[in-house]
Design a protein around this ligand. Structure first.
Ligand code: PEP
Ligand code: MG
Length: 902
């Protein structure tokens, strides 16, 4: 390589100069080509232009100083090594110009092959190929086609069309039937197409071809599809792509040539073996285009045993070297094998676990590394039933994948009908515009929930996730008409009893039944499969990695559960207590009438009666939960939502009263209710009379709940159990609020627990920004904090959690204001900062203050890492997320030098 000014930035690396750890600089393809070169594997010589060069080019619109000279120097050195010059008329060197970013973006950016061919070197290429004119002209027409399309934006269909025309004239469908003359003619046609669209002749100067191709690859970083792909895959927009300039090798030089792709293990299941496809007498692009059918890689053994054996040897070597599944692309040119690419291969969630387990068995990696190589998103995927989408099913609508899984069933529009049909053994899908707490029974009975409104934190979404039930929310193409018992979508009308299928992962809605398979990973967590005695590589691998995560993690994992059944399931899934038991669900159903009595009470006596009637019901609820969580902490949150949520909606009540009055019926009670609803109406209920404010305004309400909790704990302890209640006050913004509630609660607890040995902690949610900012004061009155990151996000951003995701988040995502909804993954800069401040100031005021999180973020993989880093004691999440949180808490706790798991 020619020397250059030592202070000048190095923009070009010979393959021999790089290695696999330089992905940031050389991109994945370049770094791995360098690695293979240095392993002594047969890689066609070449060099890589760095992502830094690309970034400089994209910022300024021109190549950075020094780049041209460095390219020149590396090209010269490549020419020397190959003994050929780029585009030489007699014996040309040809190169490919290939994109390659840090993260694989398959097919998103550009590649140009055969750079260096022109009207003269095409003859030289024919000579090199033993007088194979057909091959030379075919290569030339491919260059014009690729160059025209990718470098000069000539519409690709025009070239396709010209090729089809010539085949039609020849009466064939097969490219291979075209001879040298046909292809020479095609080159002329292609040149005309090129000139028509670009206003210039196809460039004959090889260096110009190379420069333009490099620029085109740089530019393709910002092509629309690449931008979209990055956004979807959450790949940062500022990485840039490297450009690889690689000596051309040809798989289309006859039957002793060919091209293929292979995996060192099955990327679908993780099974060991030889997986790949081979296409004789072809170039890589033919495989992608699917023009001819490939054969299984094993057949190469018959065609070319030497190359086949060599390839298998290289694959084994690569696996051992990368200590992971690799995928490769190779070409055989007249019996000589060339490696064109390798990388740690993408795999399914199941394969990720299985392969990690196998590699531990093979002694290639340790368990920390195995844990690093899988993630919670993969585990979550494995925990849901899946559709068997063998043949094409066309979705009729797409909403938000609010709670993953797959469900098929008969459409129902009311909770009552869902319960009825489910009792008859039918699978049902509950379809609503949006759900409310009254739909709970129907949601429990249904296989899945489909709503036309609401986002990922809407009622339907939160409750469904809590139950591990499939839910698609916000499918706004659906026009749901509950009274008419039907919905319309496009031209379809779907009535009660018709079957639909919903995919809670993709948000897709299908008409008719799509077959569903259960998850064996859930069967394992449920204790139905014994991981030590089962011939299921996936279950064994999950068991092993989960056990390791549990041993490694510092965060404890609790669950959000309001019923004994949920608590029991969460415990089977590994929950170490309840971090949030929402008590509002205990005021629904037939207890609603008691809430109405409480609200309508005209005096102290009536109110006390209503509360006295609620007390034993609440106590029974808590006893059930404490029993299921025997020995583990249970955080019970005092009632949080505005009380009018328990009353019928204003419009419905007004209509009922009017109709009843018309009929001359006695409507005194309804009128009182209507008056109460009118009185209690709030413009912004989320910021209104809720949480601790209720406790301060409605005498006896919190007291009743505190008494029920304490009595339940005493009852459990008297029965020989261990209850560890923690009473949590919601929506506190000022320490005075908490102090007031605390004083009363302490008095009641002391009175109830007596000498039973029951200990009750009192703490608060931190979900109002002011609470986070005054955490030092609040900690004086709290034994624990639990971060309510749903409300903290709502109030921190000023985003109504029920409305905004469907309303405008798409635009925010498009603009990159955030990469993911802050309701899904904690906004570490803003809301996360509030968490950090509160944790630090809370602990400073009260060392040993217990800290947890119970918002939806407690089960989000990235957020779990953040909470680990902030030093919380536990995260709490819905039962189905418990294994995910365990895994991620383990991953957060280990430090590895392993590769990026993306
Ligand atoms: C929260 O706000 O994060 C929380 C857990 O409470 P809820 O979702 O019930 O408002
Ligand atoms: Mg809240």
């Amino acid at each position: 390589m020619a020397a250059h000014d030592p202070v000048e930035q190095k923009y070009v690396y010979d393959f021999a100069e790089g290695n696999k750890d330089l992905k940031d600089l050389l991109g994945g393809k370049g770094a791995n080509l360098a690695e293979m070169t240095n392993l002594g594997l047969p890689v066609p010589p070449g060099f890589t232009i760095t992502t830094e060069a690309c970034k400089a080019y994209l910022t300024t619109g021109r190549k950075p100083d020094g780049l041209a000279a460095q390219i020149e120097a590396h090209l010269e050195s490549l020419e020397r090594e190959m003994g050929r010059r780029l585009g030489d008329p007699d014996d040309p060197l040809l190169v490919s110009v290939r994109s390659g970013a840090k993260f694989s973006m398959p097919g998103m950016m550009e590649t140009v092959l055969n750079v260096g061919l022109n009207d003269r070197s095409v003859v030289g290429l024919s000579n090199q190929a033993g007088g194979n004119d057909r091959f030379a002209w075919d290569s030339y027409r491919r260059l014009i086609q690729m160059f025209g399309k990718t470098v000069c934006e000539v519409p690709g269909e025009e070239f396709e069309h010209a090729l089809d025309e010539i085949k039609r004239a020849k009466g064939t469908h097969n490219d291979l039937d075209l001879d040298a003359d046909d292809l020479r003619g095609l080159v002329d046609v292609y040149k005309q197409i090129f000139a028509k669209h670009t206003g210039r002749e196809f460039p004959q100067e090889p260096r110009e071809q190379l420069d333009l191709a490099i620029r085109a690859v740089f530019d393709s970083w910002n092509a629309e599809r690449a931008v979209l792909y990055r956004r979807q895959e959450r790949i940062p927009a500022d990485l840039g792509t490297a450009v690889n300039v690689v000596t051309m090798v040809f798989g289309n030089l006859g039957p002793d040539s060919g091209t293929g792709v292979a995996f060192t293990r099955d990327p679908g299941s993780g099974a060991q073996g030889i997986y790949g496809d081979y296409l004789a007498n072809a170039q890589g692009e033919d495989v992608v285009a699917g023009i001819r059918n490939t054969v299984p890689l094993q057949e190469l053994e018959q065609l070319d045993k030497t190359s086949y054996d060599q390839l298998l040897g290289i694959m084994a070597r690569l696996e051992e070297h990368y200590k992971d599944l690799c995928d490769i692309e190779f070409t055989i040119e007249r019996g000589k094998l060339w490696m064109l690419q390798t990388r740690v291969g993408k795999r399914t969630a199941a394969a990720a676990f299985v392969i990690a387990g196998q590699l531990v068995d093979e002694g290639l990696i340790d368990l920390d590394e195995a844990l690093h190589r899988v993630n919670g998103a993969q585990l979550a995927q494995l925990m849901f039933p899946r559709f068997q989408l063998d043949h094409e099913f066309e979705p009729v609508a797409k909403g938000i994948g609010a709670s993953p899984g797959a469900a098929s069933g008969k459409v129902v529009f009311t909770s009552a009908r869902a319960v009825e049909l489910a009792a008859e053994g039918e699978s049902v899908i509950l379809v609503r515009r949006e759900t409310n707490p009254d739909d709970l029974n129907g949601m429990i009975a249904a296989k899945g929930i489909l709503t036309s409104r609401g986002g990922k934190t809407s009622h339907a979404a939160v409750v469904a996730r809590g139950m591990g039930k499939t839910c698609v929310s916000g499918a706004d193409e659906l026009d749901v008409n509950v009274p008419a018992k039907k919905f319309t979508v496009g031209d379809h009308v779907v009535s009660e009893g018709d079957v639909v299928s919903i995919d809670g992962t993709t948000g897709k809605v299908y008409l008719g039944e799509v077959p569903v398979m259960p998850s064996e990973v859930v069967q394992y967590f449920e204790g139905e499969l014994d991981p030590e005695n089962i011939d299921d590589a996936l279950v064994r691998a999950v068991h092993r990695i989960m056990t390791h995560a549990d041993g490694a993690r510092r965060l404890r994992v609790r669950t959000n559960a309001d019923t004994g059944a949920d608590a029991a399931r969460a415990r089977r899934f590994g929950a170490e207590g309840i971090g949030l038991c929402r008590t509002e669900h205990m005021f629904l159903g037939d207890r609603r009438e008691l809430v109405e009595r409480l609200i309508l009470a005209s005096g102290e006596r009536e109110r006390e009666d209503a509360l006295a009637a609620l007390l034993p019901l609440q106590r029974a609820d808590f006893i059930e939960i404490f029993r299921e969580m025997d020995g583990l902490p249970v955080t019970v949150r005092l009632i949080d939502p505005p009380l009018h949520e328990f009353l019928p909606p204003l419009e419905q009540l007004a209509v009922n009263v009017a109709v009843a009055q018309e009929r001359g019926e006695d409507v005194a009670k309804e009128e009182a209710l209507l008056a109460a609803v009118r009185r209690m109406h709030e413009e912004n209920p989320m910021l209104g009379l809720r949480g601790v404010r209720l406790g301060l305004v409605i005498p006896g309400l919190f007291a009743m709940q505190v008494r029920a909790i304490a009595e339940a704990a005493v009852a459990v302890v008297r029965d020989g159990g261990t209850a560890c209640p923690e009473i949590m006050v919601p929506l506190v913004g000022a320490v005075q609020e908490l102090e007031t509630v605390r004083a009363e609660a302490e008095r009641i607890i002391a009175e109830v627990v007596g000498d039973s040995g029951v200990e009750v902690l009192i703490g608060t949610m931190i979900e109002v920004p002011r609470a986070a900012l005054t955490a030092g004061q609040i900690a004086e009155a709290a034994e624990f904090f639990s971060f309510g990151t749903n409300d903290l996000t709502q109030m921190g951003w000023g985003f109504s959690r029920d409305d905004v995701e469907g309303a405008f988040f798409w635009r925010y995502l498009e603009l990159g204001i955030f990469g993911i909804s802050p309701f899904e993954s904690i906004d570490t800069d803003g809301v996360g900062r509030l968490v950090r401040i509160a944790a630090e100031e809370g602990r400073a005021a009260r060392p040993g203050l217990k800290l947890g999180v119970c918002g939806e973020h407690g089960g989000d993989p990235d957020s779990v890492h953040f909470f680990h880093e902030v030093g919380l004691d536990y995260v709490s999440c819905s039962p189905f997320r418990v294994p995910v949180a365990r895994l991620e808490a383990g991953r957060a706790a280990i430090t590895t030098t392993g590769s990026d798991s993306r």
